[in-house]
Structure formats: structure tokens, C-alpha cells
Ligand binder design. Structure first.
Ligand code: PBG
Length: 360
């Protein structure tokens, strides 16, 4: 049992342990990079951009430090900032000048997203994705057409102590599925006619991918891909976004159309359904609390997998960073790296610019 060439540990503790395996050998500088399994690239990242028709100047988003809503006149400048970091793709969200019952500003030719996208695609080389939903455009803040008695039903159930879950129960509130599909399809077509390179339906209406695909094909846009928010959970982590895009439901919640966080196997059915309807990219959202689902979708499907590292995932690291409780930059990098390691090819993240700037 000499000091050299022995596989046995010589110290008092574990004297007879076999120490053939010493993974520390590969953790040293020099070899560490050679054996690294996962690499983040700026080309994996998509930066969200908020365009706001109600403002003439940039407005900081309080719950998302470092992010702003910009007027249409600043949309190109905002995207140029993203491109300067090395990130090549953006996803555009809009805050309209007015809202109505059906969300008609969502598909208006002169709507906020349409105007912004027209300018961005004319003046920059960014790859432009648009979020296709109605919640920012409807007065009630729901992601589709509401049944005429939805509010009444919700109020009735909320005040009924006999209803389990009370106001949290979606049963008394209805967003009409099939009536919503046509509005989403019109919205997507209008985005593409303004220049969008890819559309991403996020309303969680059943059939939304098929409806968009059919409408795009009909309008001659068969080469525009659809990134499906296939697996979108009803998540508390969207809180800061709802401030950012002014899309919080005025009453009720999204439980009867977004997925139950308890369900993992259901995610496979959602991904399968959207794949069958022609989705080109399958998204899981949020990302960090659902890395198991990202990994499962990766394993079960050959499609590119996207993950949305959402507003709450951003806000919590930023807030802890501001308090000095952790290093926001390092924890952001580790978080986004873990999303990639779990199997995501495309990552939508509010950290996109920060991360891209820090890459070698
Ligand atoms: C629109 C939409 C939402 C998000 C993306 N698209 C809000 C929601 O579903 O409530 C959330 C993004 C984020 O939290 O960063 N439906």
C-alpha cells in the first residue's frame, strides 16, 4: 500500500476503499471544457420585446428590472440593442391602445404588433416571432371569447360556499374554445402579413395550431412555421408578465384552459396533439419548475423543443440579486444552462441579452 500507483486510499478513513474512480480528474481547468456536455450559444436564445401603443416614451417594467415597454417608434432601436448582444431572435408582445370584448386590436392591420413588426423586419435582420393570444387585447383579460354569462357565473360560484375552490374553480367561467380559433387565426395571418417570421399561439385553445396552420396555408404562408405553446401550465410564475403586458384576467383565472401543474403525462398528449396539427416547434412553459416535462418532450419527440423561462423565473433571481442574496448573473446562467441540458433547443428568456453579453 504505497503512496504511488495504489488504487487504495492510504488514509485512516476508508482504508480499504477502491479509489479507481476520481471524477475530480476531469474538473480541472484545461480539461473541463473538453468534457463539458452542454454549451449555451447566443443563437439558442430568444429575447422578449414589449411594444406599447399607450406610451410615447420607454416605460420601465417595475417587476422585471432591466426590461421596458417601448413605443412603436422605439421598436427598431430596442431590437437593435438585442442584436448587438449577439441574440438573433425576438418574440414580440403588444399592449394595444384600446381593448374590447373580443380583442379586435389583436388582428388589426394597424395594430401595435403589426406596426412594430413591419418596422423591425424592414430595418433589422432579427428573426421575428410573434405571440398570438387575445388576453392583452380583451377587456376581460382572458385568452379568448367569453361566454355571455361568464362573469355572472363566476360571481355566483365565488359567493357560493358550497362550491369547492370557490372563485378558483374554472367551471363557472367559460372561454369559448371554438369561437376563439378564428380570431387567433386572423391574428396570426395579420402578424405574418406584417412580416413576422414565425407565429406562436399561446391561448391554449384546443385546435389553435391546426387553425393557424390552415389559415396561414390558405393565405399563401405555407413556409411560415408555427411554434406551439403546446404545454402551457396555469402558473403563478406569469405574475410579472401580466403587469408588463397588462394581460391579467379582470376576474376568474385561467384554470379551465391552461394546464394543471400536477400533470406530466398530459403534457405528452398535448405535444402529440400539436405535432399532429402541424406544429414545427413544441414549447414547454414555464421552464424551471417543469424541467422534467422538457426532458420528457425531448425524449418522446423529434421536433425542436422550446422552453419559456418566464417572467417570474426572471423576477425572482433579479429580486434576490438586488437584495444581495445571490449573484443574479451567475444564477441566471446556471438556470438557462439547465434548461438547455434538460433538452430545450430554443430558449425564450428575459436573460437573453445578459447571457449573450457574458458568453466568450
Ligand atoms: C399570453 C402569454 C402569457 C405569457 C406569454 N404569453 C401570459 C399568460 O398566459 O398569462 C407569460 C410569459 C411570462 O410570464 O413571461 N397568453
Amino acid at each position: 500500500r504505497g503512496a504511488f500507483g495504489s488504487h487504495k486510499r492510504a488514509g485512516a478513513v476508508g482504508r480499504d476503499m477502491d479509489m479507481t474512480r476520481r471524477p475530480r480528474r476531469l474538473r480541472r481547468d484545461g480539461v473541463r471544457g473538453l468534457v463539458s456536455e452542454t454549451t449555451l450559444n447566443a443563437s439558442d436564445l430568444i429575447a422578449p420585446v414589449f411594444v406599447d401603443a399607450t406610451t410615447e416614451a420607454r416605460v420601465p417594467i417595475e417587476s422585471m428590472p432591466g426590461h421596458e415597454r417601448v413605443p412603436v417608434s422605439e421598436a427598431v432601436a430596442r431590437v437593435e440593442e438585442v442584436l448587438a448582444t449577439g441574440v438573433e431572435a425576438v418574440i414580440v408582445f403588444g399592449v394595444p391602445e384600446s381593448k374590447d370584448e373580443r380583442g379586435s386590436r389583436a388582428w388589426a392591420e394597424d395594430g401595435v404588433v403589426q406596426e412594430a413588426v413591419r418596422r423591425i423586419t424592414a430595418e433589422t435582420d432579427a428573426y421575428v416571432i410573434t405571440d398570438v393570444c387575445l388576453c392583452e387585447y380583451t377587456e376581460h383579460g382572458h385568452c379568448g371569447v367569453l361566454a355571455s354569462d361568464a362573469r355572472e357565473n363566476w360571481e355566483e360560484r365565488r359567493s357560493d360556499p358550497g362550491v369547492a375552490g370557490g372563485a378558483r374553480t374554472g367551471g363557472g367561467l367559460t372561454v369559448k374554445n371554438d369561437e376563439t380559433l378564428d380570431l387567433l387565426a386572423r391574428t396570426a395571418v395579420s402578424h405574418v402579413e406584417a412580416g413576422a417570421d414565425m407565429v406562436a399561439p399561446s391561448s391554449m385553445a384546443d385546435g389553435q395550431v391546426g387553425a393557424l396552420r390552415a389559415a396561414l396555408d390558405e393565405a399563401g404562408h405555407e413556409n411560415v412555421p408555427v411554434m406551439a405553446y403546446a404545454v402551457k401550465y396555469e402558473s403563478a410564475f406569469y405574475g410579472p408578465f401580466r403587469d408588463a403586458a397588462d394581460g391579467a384576467p379582470a376576474f376568474g383565472d385561467r384554470r379551465h384552459y391552461q394546464m394543471d401543474p400536477a400533470n406530466g403525462r398530459e403534457a405528452m398528449r398535448m405535444a402529440e396533439r400539436d405535432a399532429a396539427e402541424g406544429a414545427d416547434v413544441l414549447m414547454v412553459k414555464p421552464a424551471l419548475p417543469y424541467l422534467d416535462v422538457v426532458a420528457d418532450v425531448r425524449r418522446e419527440f423529434d421536433h425542436p423543443v422550446a422552453a419559456y423561462n418566464v417572467s417570474g423565473e426572471y423576477a425572482m433571481l433579479k429580486a434576490a440579486g438586488e437584495k444581495g442574496w445571490l449573484d443574479a448573473t451567475e444564477s441566471a446562467y446556471e438556470s438557462v444552462l439547465s434548461i438547455k441540458r434538460a433538452g430545450a433547443d430554443l430558449i425564450i428568456t428575459y436573460f437573453a441579452e445578459d447571457i449573450a453579453r457574458s458568453l466568450p
